[in-house]
Design a protein around this ligand. Structure first.
Ligand code: GAR
Length: 207
């Protein structure tokens, strides 16, 4: 089955959602390794609890972003990874990583792209006065949160929301659509033409 590599920086709740669906067989794939750029990322602990090889790669130990990404690529390749899942990975990635995994890197962003890209998307939505926000799973390209959109989900923004309450409402949807996007990829059902991602039907072998 498909081998997935997950990059994270923090709690790893999206990683957990994907682990759960792999373990129940809903996603027919294997999480081959998890890499974090923070030693205290709880994502690493989650990986270990599920017997997944987990690595802390300290960006401060590398000369620059390209050197760091080269080490990430080497680790991912070593595990035979074919899909890279960014799950709260709070680093800009370089062409070194992008070109190693063309149309094979996914990200989840806590806003309805193209609105509110970059950092603090929930804060941006609140400050803008948006009445609806949500989350977006997209393929990663050379821009910041600009790649082809795979799935989106919307949530209301309430008048009394804080960044935290909005983030929590969005995360419920993240944990639903990220595993779904990974599953579609694993099933070979994502077709990308230019900016457009088409979800194809399962090909029936019956006649
Ligand atoms: C998620 O809410 C994700 O949308 C966000 O980080 C969180 C990670 O949570 N990503 C970004 O802001 C990317 N710029 P998790 O570690 O519990 O999965």
């Amino acid at each position: 089955p498909l081998k997935i590599g997950v990059l994270a920086s923090g709690n790893g709740s999206n990683l957990q959602a994907i682990i759960d669906q792999v373990e129940t067989g809903v996603i027919q794939a294997r999480i081959a390794c998890v890499i974090a750029n923070k030693s205290d990322a709880f994502a690493l602990e989650r990986a270990k609890r599920h017997g997944i090889p987990a690595f802390f790669l300290d960006h401060r130990a590398f000369a620059g972003r390209e050197a760091y990404d080269a080490a990430v690529v080497e680790t991912l390749r070593g595990y035979g990874v074919r899909l890279v899942v960014l799950a709260g990975f709070m680093r800009i990635i370089t062409p070194v990583l992008l070109e190693a995994f063309p149309l094979s890197i996914m990200n989840i962003h806590p806003a309805l792209l193209p609105a509110f890209p970059g950092l603090h998307a929930q804060r941006q939505a609140l400050q803008y006065g948006a009445k609806i926000s949500g989350c977006t799973v997209h393929f990663v390209d050379e821009g910041t949160d600009t790649g082809p959109i795979v799935i989106q989900a919307a949530v209301p923004v309430m008048g009394n929301d804080t960044e935290e309450t909005l983030a929590a409402r969005i995360q419920v949807e993240e944990h639903r659509i990220y595993p779904q996007a990974v599953r579609l990829f694993a099933e070979g059902r994502l077709q990308v033409v230019g900016r457009k991602v088409t979800i194809t039907d399962v090909i029936s072998t019956q006649s």
